[in-house]
Design a protein. Structure first.
Length: 472
């Protein structure tokens, strides 16, 4: 068994078009890194999560299904690139409209894929067919451009297990199509083994070949819920290394397993929906599959498990007059007496993984929080913390030397500090005591933050490759 993480771009399109975009729209540093990495193509082929034995979706079944488009008319594109009859390119990770101006997709789709979706295209909400895109084969559809991308702050791919694989995409304008209702931690926690669910997408239809076998119409397949223990046992039986690595789906509530032998998701389905037709709710986001699509249960990001983050992110960022009903029950974070709310927003640009920040309570000699080392490109990260008053709390910020384009915005008591990350460590005093000044030494635990970042990245890569080698 090879646990394959689905980058969900049709492989040929990932390689060709990402290079095109980097060459034309990204800076020369990113272009050189991309073109010079000898393992790039091989890694991309391996990192595909790969609908098998699906049926053509009846029209208007998933009007909220969204699919990326790219306008490459201004680029010197290769003749081998197949454009649709409207002159646009379609392909990549899917998404679901979950609020008037918000999509829900997979975080693993964001880095270097949505990076140029932002620059060259957007999403078509209601995409139904690819052969006659001018009419969409009779189903209503809308074109929307991307305003911002919010990956889950705890998204990770460590020790071979993908976790919190969510991202929310804010559109620049409002969709007139009704969003799909979300499982607000009501339905999936009570699922019994075998519960019928539906996965949909434009992914490969044949798991016996590496050739592209994408359909002309949106397909869906009936899959059954598999409880975490059973799913773990199935993967361990298929490959003992799964157990040796200590991977257990019971320990990771953000992952939901579903599948039927011979039916399921495949390459090109990532980011798409796992839908509970009986209750009319979106319960999952397509995340990963085994090497042979539908051979083992597939992995979906469990909406119910991360409902608080999904609700908070949408309700804090939706556009004017675009408030979804579930925001009526949302309450912003409040702090206890003696504390003050600190809001941190980090925006990464074309690079990603190029900045670091940390909060340190000097009176107690302890880390309050830190982040940034694993931020994806073209993304927005938001964090709220309750900071003790009348104690020396300092925020430290630092960029990767010579290659950062990320910016920060820190707000406390209606006062906002903005700036760009710089190679020299910066300090922001949040709450000052008599001895709290900018001259206070940097805590030892924050020294060499980028050395830690390199070690972390190496661990992440090793964890990924261990999982990729499980077939061997």
């Amino acid at each position: 068994m090879n646990m394959k993480i689905e980058c969900c771009f049709v492989v040929a399109l990932v390689t060709i078009h990402t290079r095109l975009a980097l060459a034309k729209a990204h800076d020369e540093v990113m272009k050189e890194q991309w073109l010079e990495d000898p393992q790039r193509d091989e890694v991309e082929r391996d990192l595909q999560a790969r609908i098998i034995d699906g049926d053509r979706v009846p029209i208007d079944t998933y009007p909220w299904f969204a699919f990326p488009f790219f306008d490459v008319s201004q680029l010197d594109v290769d003749d081998e690139i197949l454009l649709n009859d409207d002159g646009l390119l379609r392909g990549g990770c899917a998404a679901s409209l979950v609020a008037p101006d918000m999509l829900l997709t997979a975080a693993h789709c964001v880095d270097e894929i949505y990076a140029f979706t932002v620059l060259l295209g957007g999403f078509i909400v209601g995409q139904y067919c690819l052969d006659n895109v001018a009419t969409n084969c009779g189903q209503n559809s809308e074109f929307h451009y991307i305003d911002a991308i919010f990956p889950h702050p705890n998204y990770s791919l460590d020790n071979g297990l993908i976790a919190n694989d969510f991202a929310i995409i804010k559109l620049k304008d409002k969709s007139m199509i009704d969003p799909v209702p979300l499982d607000q931690n009501v339905f999936s926690p009570d699922y019994d083994e075998g519960k019928t669910l539906w996965a949909a997408g434009f992914g490969n239809t044949d798991n016996s070949t590496n050739e592209l076998t994408a359909p002309s119409y949106l397909l869906h397949a009936e899959v059954n819920y598999v409880d975490p223990k059973t799913c773990t046992d199935i993967y361990k039986e298929d490959n003992p290394l799964f157990g040796i690595l200590g991977i257990n789906f019971e320990d990771e509530p953000s992952v939901m397993c579903a599948g039927n032998l011979g039916k399921g998701i495949c390459q090109g389905d990532s980011g798409g929906p796992l839908y509970d037709k009986e209750n009319n709710v979106l319960v999952g986001v397509t995340s990963f599959s085994s090497l042979q699509c539908s051979e083992l249960p597939s992995g979906f990001s469990n909406v119910a498990s991360e409902w608080p983050w999904i609700q908070e992110t949408i309700c804090n960022n939706h556009g004017v007059n675009n408030t979804p009903d579930f925001c009526e029950t949302f309450s912003p974070k409040e702090c206890d007496k003696g504390e003050t709310l600190l809001s941190i927003q980090i925006e990464t640009k074309s690079l990603g993984n190029d900045c670091w920040w940390g909060l340190y309570n000097h009176d107690k000699d302890e880390i309050v929080a830190e982040g940034g080392l694993d931020y994806l490109s073209t993304s927005t990260y938001q964090h709220d913390y309750c900071i003790e008053e009348s104690v020396c709390t300092i925020m430290y910020l630092e960029a990767d030397s010579g290659r950062s384009d990320s910016i920060f915005e820190v707000t406390m008591k209606n006062e906002t500090t903005k700036g760009k990350f710089a190679p020299e460590m910066e300090k922001i005093i949040l709450h000052a005591s008599a001895s709290c000044t900018l001259d206070i030494p940097v805590p030892d635990v924050f020294s060499g933050a980028w050395n830690f970042g390199s070690d972390f990245s190496l661990q992440l890569i090793l964890g990924t490759f261990v999982s990729l080698l499980m077939i061997l």
